[in-house]
Design a protein around this ligand. Structure first.
Ligand SMILES: C[C@@](CO)(OP(=O)(O)O)[C@H](O)COP(=O)(O)OP(=O)(O)OC[C@H]1O[C@@H](n2ccc(N)nc2=O)[C@H](O)[C@@H]1O
Ligand SMILES: Nc1ncnc2c1ncn2[C@@H]1O[C@H](COP(=O)(O)OP(=O)(O)O)[C@@H](O)[C@H]1O
Length: 318
């Protein structure tokens, strides 16, 4: 009997704190980061098929590769190899529905890779535990283990070593999507260049932010958001300065570039404030689209054994 298709829903992330160290001999930078999973999601459906391949739908689908460079396909191949299948003929088809901006600093590719690992674990009845999946995930990319885990977590190493963090209450965000993406390696390289020629400010210690998360007070958290990659993203995309200013003028408590950017995330006092800020920011003409989101939400999870019917995400077109 042909196994039933499996659909996994997987969240985007924002880095509430991103402290970047010097480059390591392997080219990666040592990080201390706090991830939060947000209610902007992709869905990945895996099914057994004679003709393997990938279909991509949704926001930004045109700029997602459908060949072997798709990170979700690399996940298929790695798990096939791990479980003794032929990685070149895995006999599966993926359908990816994008709700996470592509090349936006919100870990969309990592999310799809994590979703694929979890879905195949079910489809192929591998019965791998979360720790095994997380170890395989780290081979695919630094952010992939967090996409599996979700919630709020402290990440160290290159971002792949995770410890869950207590975050009381739900935080409400407005997310401003830019017209074009930014490549992650280029943003790290730009930070190294900026640091070689001047001394851009570095974010402080992470402990005060962890305390703010435990308190659940968005005003306290807003004062402590920090991202060392922000200066590099703004240097490559100077218009982000205007976006960040516009979000705060619209009433957000604070704004930050999400990871390597160019998406900006604005923390708001509550859900109603987020809707008001989103409406005003979308009128300011500083970005492509504005969405509201909340976090933390769970990591990758199976939502149905049939292809999902996806509700349209809340968004305001700028
Ligand atoms: C910046 C962050 C913040 O969470 O996310 P994004 O904003 O891209 O989503 C991550 O560090 C991105 O993680 P991810 O996108 O998984 O990166 P990887 O595939 O592992 O690495 C891509 C490239 O980014 C750089 N890189 C990544 C992680 C790290 N700790 N140091 C690095 O220097 C390296 O140039 C590496 O070749
Ligand atoms: N499944 C995927 N979804 C999105 N992008 C992907 C995927 N697989 C590979 N990519 C490539 O990875 C690049 C980074 O995309 P993404 O993971 O969305 O951004 P970021 O690293 O900024 O979080 C994109 O430019 C795209 O070409």
């Amino acid at each position: 009997m042909v196994p039933t298709p499996i659909t996994v829903r997987v969240p985007a992330k924002v880095n509430l704190h991103l402290s970047v160290g010097d480059p390591r001999p392997d080219g990666y930078h040592e990080l201390v980061t706090v991830f939060q999973a947000l209610s902007m999601t992709d869905e990945v459906t895996v099914l057994v098929a004679e003709e393997p391949g990938i279909d991509v739908h949704g926001d930004g689908a045109d700029s997602v590769p459908t060949g072997p460079s798709n990170l979700a396909w690399k996940a298929v191949q790695l798990l096939a190899e791990h479980s003794g299948r032929d990685p070149e003929e895995p006999g599966v088809r993926l359908s990816i529905n994008k709700g996470i901006p592509v090349a936006g600093g919100m870990a969309g590719g990592s999310a799809d890779a994590a979703a694929t690992l979890l879905a195949l674990n079910h489809l192929w009845r591998l019965e791998l535990g979360r720790d095994d999946l997380s170890e395989i995930a780290a081979k695919l990319g630094s952010d992939v283990p967090f996409s599996l885990q979700g919630g709020t977590a402290l990440g160290t190493g290159r971002g792949e070593r995770l410890v869950p963090v207590l975050a009381r209450h739900t935080f409400h965000w407005v997310i401003a999507l830019d017209r074009r993406g930014l490549g992650t390696p280029g943003v790290y390289t730009e930070l190294d260049r900026l640091r070689a020629e001047s001394k851009p400010n570095r974010v402080g210690e992470v402990e005060p932010l962890l305390e703010a998360l435990a308190s659940g007070d968005p005003r306290q958290l807003a004062l402590l958001l920090g991202n060392d990659l922000q200066a590099a993203a703004v240097s490559l995309r100077p218009g982000l300065r205007r976006t960040l200013r516009a979000g705060v003028q619209a009433g957000a408590l604070a704004g930050i570039v999400s990871g390597s950017g160019p998406t900006c995330a604005f923390l708001c006092t509550d859900a109603d404030a987020a809707v008001r800020v989103a409406a005003e920011l979308s009128g300011a003409g500083v970005c492509r689209t504005v969405r509201v989101a909340h976090g933390p939400v769970p990591g990758a999870r199976v939502v149905s054994e049939e292809p999902a019917h996806r509700p349209t995400p809340p968004q305001v077109h700028a």
